[in-house]
Design a protein around this ligand. Structure first.
Ligand code: IVH
Length: 677
């Protein structure tokens, strides 16, 4: 019999759904992609059209049915089929030992075997599937009764509306399959959202968990759909418990059925192994895409798990091993302002260094003036620091009871004027940030690049003003590090370049991948960090990493560095964009190196040159002085050892040196000291 158009449509619809689901599964569960997003969109579009023409083909599990429906008046309460339990906490090896001891007493014949996974910091949710099709999603609630959040969960791409068919796991497509797990938000998604809110002057979300919980409880599914929620399973239940013999098997089944479950979760057999695993995960913690607050250790044998029973709200057969606190308190020493790559001024709190979640933290972005006013953060305040998204430190609140007398509310405009007297700022209508007036990101980038490439910095002579302008305007270079990713082919696209000039440029940039540390530091363009300061910083810290981690006190120990310079350095390294820039330099193979000149013959001697020179330029002499361990200064001060007097020097120039009693020498004397014969 001939196929009718409706038959054809039905066949096509089935195929489209299969492929769209495959794409979704690869993208959201496996983190891989089988086609571009736009290709997937156009398949969805075709499916949508077919379903509009043939509405009888619409099924609840069609990918088109993920669209956010109408807002709900309230959530319906749903009784869980089996209670959703919580876990007892343990904090060290001894407590785990004790727990295992209790289990062995209750099950003397048992050979300890556990399944260990990270404890994700989100909210628990149960997904009910009937014959493989998603029916309901229910929050934990009080463990007995939760809320029906199906409308919102349906919008999540990591939750299949129909379970995948996988060889060996067919049983789960028949009857009731319940998959429990955690709804989480990735750290990077959380940070991106908060960045947008900061720019718009909206209050920031406290942490990914609260945001996930708040999002899933939105009555309007459109709002939930707009949040980057993800599901990761940790439990699978069937009416017949024999379908799932071990926890490890449950994880395998969850993955086979098309959901995400940690594939690094593993079977362990002793307290020793548990502790080793805990240490390993704790180290990897910051690299995980989501927040964790410890490990969950479960008896692997599910029959025994059930037999061991429940005490209070928690099963005997599982515990949560919790990591050390995520929050710490410290005192705000200063609030410095950093001018980012777009000209936006970001306030940064500098505090007494403190340990938070395993690393030392000494500054945190305060995002914008409104945020400071909202939290009323002042210099001198004791504040609570936490790591948002596990990496970036944030001030969560001020402990106002500990506020010393005489503190003043932060005044952004007054601080801008104090820290940047030479600049004018505007706060564009509707924006929360102050920006440098009459500038743009492109303009600042051009200036920064010209400085970076300049003779005293990286000395890339083919990267002059005209080339910088051409590269930035063409969009080939979006930040300073981008120059290292330029290819000859890209450069050749520009009118200015021919074969030889394009090679010259890319070769010169490549040759600048191992700069001397002082030149690199100087080239970063940190305000108040001139060539000599860059040398002093290089000498004191020896690497960009060490400099980036320097505390206010450490910076002040460097000779010649006072409050203003230290503040400016801190502000630069505290800026998230700058941190990202440094990482990018590193990834692109830029490795500054440093050889100390401290033991050179001119160590401890400082020079100022005034007047014209006969045997070289001022810069050349400066380089030689520095290479021999001396310091080159631009004006005479108390710490100047020699004033080199060249030709045609006005009397007034010498007056200061005379007043300070600075030794005056000639160009020839200097050449003698430098042994330039
Ligand atoms: S298993 C019997 N595994 O932690 C309870 N829970 O305090 C079985 N959680 O509400 C829970 N990651 O939402 C398990 N890998 C994981 C988990 C996990 C996070 C949450 C869960 C539960 C809470 C227990």
């Amino acid at each position: 019999m001939k196929q009718t158009p409706a038959d054809k449509a039905a066949a096509r619809v089935a195929k489209l759904r299969e492929l769209i689901n495959e794409y979704r599964y690869n993208y959201h569960v496996l983190d891989t992609s089988i086609m571009s997003e736009s290709a997937a969109d156009s398949l969805k579009h075709e499916l949508q059209q077919l379903e509009t023409t043939y509405p009888e083909l619409i099924t609840p599990d069609s990918p088109t049915q993920r669209v956010a429906g109408k807002p709900l008046p309230g959530f319906t309460q749903v009784r869980h089929t089996a209670r959703m339990l919580s876990l007892n906490d343990v904090f060290d090896a001894e407590e785990i030992e004790a727990w295992v001891g209790r289990l062995r007493k209750l099950a003397p014949e048992w050979e300890p075997e556990f399944f260990a996974d990270v404890k994700m910091d989100g909210l628990a949710c149960a997904l009910w599937y009937e014959d493989g099709v998603l029916q309901k999603a229910v929050t934990r609630g009080d463990g007995f009764v939760g809320e029906d959040v199906t409308m919102n969960v349906r919008t999540m791409d990591s939750v299949p509306t129909r379970l995948r068919t996988a060889a060996g796991f067919e049983t789960f497509l028949h009857g009731r399959t319940e998959i429990r797990g955690e709804i989480i938000i990735y750290k990077k998604d959380f940070e991106a959202l908060n960045k947008k809110r900061a720019a718009a002057g909206d209050p920031l979300y406290a942490n990914p968990r609260n945001l996930a919980a708040g999002s899933i409880r939105q009555l309007d599914p459109k709002l939930a759909a707009a949040r980057p929620l993800r599901f990761r399973g940790y439990d699978l239940r069937r009416d017949d418990p024999d379908d799932v013999p071990t926890v490890a098997y449950a994880y395998e089944a969850i993955r086979a059925l098309g959901l995400a479950a940690n594939n690094k979760a593993e079977v362990v057999r002793s307290v020793d192994q548990i502790m080793k695993l805990a240490a390993r995960w704790e180290k990897m913690r910051s690299e995980l895409p989501y927040n964790i607050d410890g490990l969950v250790i479960k008896v692997n044998d599910r029959e025994l798990f059930a037999r061991l029973g429940v005490v209070g709200k928690a099963p005997r057969a599982a515990v949560a091993y919790k990591y050390a606190a995520e929050e710490a308190t410290t005192v705000v020493q200063d609030i410095v302002l950093s001018i980012g790559r777009t000209g936006a001024a970001t306030p940064v709190a500098v505090f007494d260094p403190v340990q938070v979640a395993g690393t030392t933290v000494q500054h945190a972005s305060l995002h914008n003036a409104d945020e400071i006013v909202r939290k009323d953060i002042r210099v001198g305040d004791t504040v609570v620091i936490f790591k948002a998204g596990d990496i970036i430190p944030q001030v969560s609140k001020v402990l106002t009871k500990l506020r010393p007398k005489g503190t003043k509310p932060f005044n952004m405009e007054a601080e801008l004027a104090r820290q940047y007297p030479e600049l004018e700022f505007v706060r564009p209508e509707g924006e929360a940030v102050y920006r440098v007036k009459n500038t743009s990101g492109a303009l600042l980038l051009k200036r920064a690049l010209m400085h970076y490439a300049s003779k005293s910095a990286m000395d890339i002579d083919t990267l002059g003003e005209k080339n910088v302008i051409a590269l930035v305007d063409a969009g080939l270079v979006k930040d300073m590090a981008d120059i290292y990713a330029l290819t000859k082919e890209q450069v050749l696209q520009l009118d200015r370049f021919a074969d030889v000039s394009a090679s010259n440029l890319t070769e010169a940039i490549k040759a600048a991948k191992e700069p001397e540390l002082p030149r690199f530091i100087y080239g970063l363009g940190i305000r108040h960090v001139g060539q000599q300061t860059a040398i002093d910083l290089a000498e004191h810290f020896g690497s960009v990493h060490k400099l980036a981690e320097a505390t206010l006190d450490e910076l002040l120990q460097v000779e010649g560095i006072g409050d203003t310079v230290a503040e400016s350095i801190l502000a630069w390294f505290a800026d998230e964009d700058n941190a990202a820039l440094l990482k990018k330099f590193e990834e692109l193979g830029v490795h500054p190196h440093y050889e100390s000149h401290a033991r050179g013959p001119l160590h401890g001697k400082s020079f100022v040159i005034t007047g014209g020179l006969e045997h070289g330029s001022r810069d050349e002499f400066a380089d030689t002085i520095r290479a021999l361990g001396g310091t080159f200064q631009t004006s005479v001060g108390k710490d100047t050892s020699y004033l080199v007097v060249g030709k045609n020097v006005g009397a007034s120039k010498l007056a200061k040196a005379e007043k300070l009693g600075t030794a005056q020498i000639s160009e020839d004397d200097l050449r003698g000291m430098l042994e330039v014969k």
